[in-house]
Design a protein. Structure first.
Length: 245
């Protein structure tokens, strides 16, 4: 028969003891590496018990930071995440020459990804997606290698900036209401600001059916954070026969 003779102790006859010891050592080392690999693999992925999604109720709040940009000091950004599923985003873009920064606003609805690890914002522009590395941090996912990070800001007040909006105006027993198209917020229209000019135009087209209005307005909030009223700071136009869609 071919091959070396085998002794009763399971070793190889004619093979030096030092070689046998080395082989046994290698077998033991490979086994240990396999155990370590399996153990480390069990802790990876979203299903890992060591990396569970953060509680969804911990997300609402105000987050602020400075987004990087090419050739400028940065873009101060502030994001209001409301518990009712709405969001407001304010970004201060660098202006040309000696002019002040230009404020750009976005508003709409937010939601979680299917795995609860990311938050997406759906508004007038493209969808924005943020990762949640912890309770107080949002990192926007972008093609850039530079991090776009926002952190929770406890000192920031409610969103009260003047923003361009489109919504449906309806008449009810209490007066006129405005349903903002992107957020779905329904608010009574205040009689302050540019209300008179708006109301004159509204009455001239009948004022019976819902009418699509374009305007620059400001939200007002109750102490508990609920929307209270909306003031028309600058009326733009009314479009009869049109809807939010």
């Amino acid at each position: 028969m071919g091959g070396g003779p085998i002794d009763r102790g399971g070793g190889l006859t004619g093979v030096p003891a030092k070689v046998i010891a080395v082989r046994r050592s290698l077998r033991g080392g490979l086994g240990a590496l396999l155990v370590l690999a399996v153990a480390s693999g069990c802790g990876e992925g979203p299903e890992s018990s060591a990396s569970q999604p953060l509680p969804t109720e911990s997300l609402p709040g105000v987050y602020s930071g400075v987004f990087p940009c090419d050739g400028c000091p940065g873009i101060p950004s502030r994001l209001w995440i409301r518990a009712d599923g709405r969001f407001f985003l304010e970004q201060q873009y660098p202006a040309e020459a000696d002019r002040d920064r230009t404020a750009v606003y976005s508003l709409g609805r937010w939601g979680f990804s299917d795995d609860l690890y990311r938050v997406h914002l759906d508004g007038s522009g493209p969808r924005r997606t943020f990762a949640r590395p912890d309770r107080d941090t949002l990192v926007m996912q972008t093609p850039s290698d530079l991090e776009h990070r926002l952190t929770r800001d406890q000192a920031t007040p409610d969103f009260t900036s003047i923003v361009r909006m489109t919504g449906l105006v309806r008449r009810n027993e209490g007066g006129l209401t405005f349903t903002e198209c992107l957020t779905g917020l329904v608010l009574p229209i205040s009689r302050d600001g540019d209300f008179s000019r708006f109301h004159h135009q509204y009455r001239s087209i009948g004022g019976r059916r819902p009418v699509l209005a374009e305007l620059e307005g400001r939200f007002h909030w109750s102490d508990d954070g609920a929307p209270r009223t909306m003031t028309i700071e600058r009326f733009v136009t009314l479009r009869a026969g049109q809807s939010c869609s």
